[in-house]
Design a binder for this molecule. Sequence first.
Ligand code: ADQ
Length: 489
Amino acid sequence: FERQDGRLQRQRLLVVANRLPVSAVRKGEDSWNLEVSVGGLVSALLGVNEFEANWIGWAGVNVTDEIGQRSLTEALAEKRCIPVFLDQELVHQYYNGYCNNILWPLFHYLPLPQEDRLATTRSFQSQFAAYKEVNQMFADVVNEHYQEGDVVWCHDYHLMFLPKCLKEYNSEMKVGWFLHTPFPSSEIHRTLPSRSELLRAVLAADLVGFHTYDYARHFVSACTRILGLEGTPEGVEDQGQLTRVAAFPIGIDSDRFIRALELPAVKYHIKELQERFAGRKVMLGVDRLDMIKGIPQKILAFEKFLEENPDWRDKVVLLQIAVPTRTDVPEYQKLTCQVHEIVGRINGRFGTLTAVPIHHLDRSLDFPALCALYAVTDVALVTSLRDGMNLVSYEFVACQASKKGVLILSEFAGAAQSLGAGAILVNPWNITELASSIGYALTMSANEREKRHQHNFLHVTTHTSQEWAETFVSELNDTVVEAQLRTRH
Ligand code: ADQ
């Protein structure tokens, strides 16, 4: 809180992310339907009362006419959202191209595309140009709405250029940048043709945050090895200028999940699911259908488990809820086909006339249905090949107060560092190990389940998303004050 004219005032926060927390659907020339999309970031900031949060981002629609842009801007203003308008070609080059085909895979240790090197190099250059152009457009909108004293919090790999663009406008702006994905080893980052420009642009921020200490360390090493800068325990130093680098592990709004279990709609779903799967253990996967989530590996391990344990074939079911994502990117289309093929084969192999071992849904679930599923699950499977944190594992734990189910968790998810002691940690590439972990989880004693659950439940309910946001912003405020003191001396 800041004092102004003797009155308490909440500090204004400008949250800048690729997507706004609402999706807009056009109803008429100047009317819009706005749907709140509750993801990790939105719920993290919804619970933070200390700040007045305003959002800046793309609304997810192509609006080229002036009437549409004006009316959408007005509709979004009621939700404290400010749109950045991007045309289709820019979205294609910046979002589908540079963000999702280059940076996203690379930050998850999947190498740069290699099919046609020349074509890739050419399109790479135009995609990178579009990326910079879009970041500048975001900076223009932030600058237009910025008021002295605001904290500007930039999010994720889509906006790595934004801190630099903002500081060029106003070096006094308090700018923080947080990465939701892993930051890879410097050996991976150094393959990126634009490696130095990106690092320098991020370093313009006052505070740079990651989910884990390892990602922060990788970032500092990349700055040391690629840019030749000095890494210190506080961050990265360039000619006396310090950029603070630190770990801020995200959490969830655990109370929202715990309270939801008391809602009639959720209780109704729970009862329905219990009846539907009576006599069978329920295993659950909830993921965006993305190559980093290790969905094929998870399903293949389940197949191996059924193959080796015929007695379990009619006693266990795997529910895999996979919400389609980035459906315009060819790699994602291929993954969908691959998953469908494996699921079909396994159900054909082990299914009966009355039951199949895998229920695979290509869609998202609403909040009550999702909570109910988490609550009835015996074993949750998170098999990410890499994952910044993974909130699904946190949400599952929050909903398991009565059942005390088991979490099988990839050691390559950031969450392994916080929930590792309560979960069964696995290497998702090792299908044999994964299959035997399934057997171990399904037969674990009640005593061991209870102990493991208590450990994780305590963590999830004390390291919340609200705490994450408050810690980041207060650290940013402190960093700026310290920097001002240093320059004065
Ligand atoms: P994501 O890759 O999207 O997030 P995750 O952290 O698991 O991964 O968050 C997904 C969110 O979407 C969860 O809140 C989950 O409930 C919801 N969700 C996923 N599939 C769903 C489905 N089928 N139906 C309904 N809801 C579904 C990125 C990074 C992560 C990082 C977060 C937050 O990749 O590593 O943890 O940001 O920083």
